[in-house]
Write a new protein. Structure first.
Length: 462
């Protein structure tokens, strides 16, 4: 006999627990099934530990620069990696415990630990038990992709999860993959004192961003001593007495890099291959992401997919927004759509990159007439005062509608300052609204209106 509920939620990541809260408040009985750690990727192996460790790396960086600020520390800066790790572990554990306690104390919520697998469109197996419900919400997230690269089976490699277990600074960390996750780990480990090489297949780092951003980020990393090997067409591995040799086969430089540790940061795969989706009649795309409509309903009525597993976002805030969309449509009679979401995210290197909307390249591809504004961080008082003047800010505006299409702030405080632009875009306001605002001095945000007042027609003249 299957245990009957009003709803089943598979996965206690960034959407599941909040959805359980809303559904149980609506007097539904809910089963939440989690196979591993409460809080999912963000809390345990993603945002929380990495940003906590990046804070340690920033402290080390500032300590090394102390003299510039008139702060004198005697002797070289030393890293106690075990304490760095313990700090990150403690912050993550606190958050994880909070999620678990919240769920276990939720009236009407049954928490089950185990791997959930569909038996049919309304029934899920967890170990020996069967659960059934007319509504099932999939929030299973993803994991580090491990492509079948030559020699990968011969070497020990780290992923975003296992690298968090290091309690000693690696001698030479080779990061395979020059995108968001890889670059965050690359910079922090460099700041901890490791030799770091980033190996990227493409011609430039974070290829999704505009070229200028990629170049500026490369320069920031290289200046700190990170070696960047782009255009590494045939990445491969072999065992080496020191750890692993990574074939780079770039157009220039050494063809092989010897690593004490290798981090694979080459993308994420959805956790959908072991869910029994075919039995439930839930369709996926060729990469395994669950196909969803605007309201995040799957191909099978009564089943929804939220968070990273639906391929419509890859962030904590997008997973949480998926919960908001589903809850609003189901419980509040709204008709919210995932495509109404304006893409926004940050890359947490130092200085961070805050991004919203289209890149300049994407805006140009639309064929509209554009206005483009730019300002280097060397012309931002707050950055000068902080001694952190690397990077620049950029905005792209539709020259006819005056709506902001996108912006990037690569610079100190960029992850926060970008929200001024994001809010304007969400409000559907013209750029003049932001240009005429009176921001606080001295902040990074105060130069956004100045930049908007100094825009030029796009010279590319699309
Ligand atoms: C290194 C790193 C850094 C990141 N930094 C940021 C950041 O700074 N900001 C940001 O916004 N995002 C960041 N992300 C992305 C963010 O972590 C994810 O987008 C977010 O966690 C997705 O949430 P989710 O709810 O979709 O899935 P998850 O958080 O992955 O949760 C899914 C849960 O489902 C469980 N599960 C899976 N299969 C089953 C099953 N069959 N049965 C039962 N349970 C199952 C898993 O154990 C997991 O707990 C980062 C990711 C990584 C890897």
């Amino acid at each position: 006999m299957a245990h009957r509920f009003d709803a089943i939620i598979i996965g206690a990541g960034q959407a599941g627990p909040s959805l359980a809260d809303r559904l149980t408040r609506a007097k539904m009985t809910v089963a939440v099934v989690e196979r591993n750690l409460f809080g999912g990727t963000c809390v345990n192996t993603g945002c929380t530990p990495t940003k906590t460790m990046a804070a340690s790396a920033y402290a080390a960086h500032l300590a090394r620069r102390g003299r510039e600020y008139g702060v004198v520390l005697d002797g070289p800066v030393k890293i106690d990696m075990a304490r760095v790790k313990a700090r990150a572990d403690a912050v993550a554990a606190n958050s994880r415990t909070g999620v678990e306690k919240w769920l276990r104390g939720m009236p009407g919520c049954t928490v089950m630990q185990g791997h959930a697998r569909f038996e049919s469109a309304d029934t899920v197996r967890v170990g020996e038990g069967l659960l059934t419900a007319p509504r099932i919400f999939i929030n299973v997230g993803g994991r580090a992709a491990v492509p079948d690269m030559p020699g990968i089976g011969e070497v020990d490699y780290l992923t975003n999860s296992t690298i968090l277990g290091l309690d000693r600074v690696p001698e030479h960390l080779v990061v395979v993959g020059g995108s968001y996750i890889g670059l965050e780990f690359a910079q922090m480990h460099r700041r901890f004192g490791a030799e770091v090489t980033v190996v990227e297949k493409g011609p430039r780092l974070i290829a999704r961003e505009d070229e200028g951003i990629s170049e500026a980020i490369r320069a920031i990393l290289v200046e700190e001593g990170v070696t960047v090997r782009t255009g590494a067409e045939c990445i491969g591995f072999r065992r080496h007495p020191k750890g692993a040799a990574v074939f780079v086969d770039c157009t220039s430089g050494e063809p092989e890099v010897v690593a004490s540790h290798v981090l694979l940061a080459v993308g994420r795969s959805p956790n959908t291959d072991d869910l029994g989706l075919a039995r439930a009649g839930v369709a996926t795309d060729p990469r395994g992401f669950i196909a969803v409509d605007e309201g995040l309903a799957t191909s099978m009525p009564g089943i929804w997919a939220l968070g990273d597993c639906n391929g419509r976002g890859a962030f904590t805030h997008t997973a949480y927004n998926d919960f908001e969309i589903v809850a609003a449509n189901l419980l509040d009679g709204e008709e919210r759509r995932v495509s109404d979401r304006i893409p926004a995210y940050a890359l947490y290197i130092d200085p961070p990159l805050g991004r919203v909307g289209m890149t300049v390249a994407q805006a140009r591809a639309t064929g509209r007439p554009l206005l483009i504004g730019e300002r280097p961080m060397t012309r931002v008082s707050r950055a000068i005062e902080k001694g952190e003047t690397k990077g620049f800010m950029q905005v792209v505006v539709d020259a006819e509608t005056h709506k902001i299409l996108g912006a990037a702030i690569l610079g100190t405080g960029g992850d926060e300052a970008i929200h001024g632009v994001l809010d304007m875009m969400n409000a559907g306001a013209s750029y003049a609204t932001l240009q005429h605002a009176v921001p606080i001095h001295p902040t990074v945000s105060e130069l956004i209106p100045t930049m908007l007042g100094d825009m030029r027609p796009d010279a590319s003249g699309s």
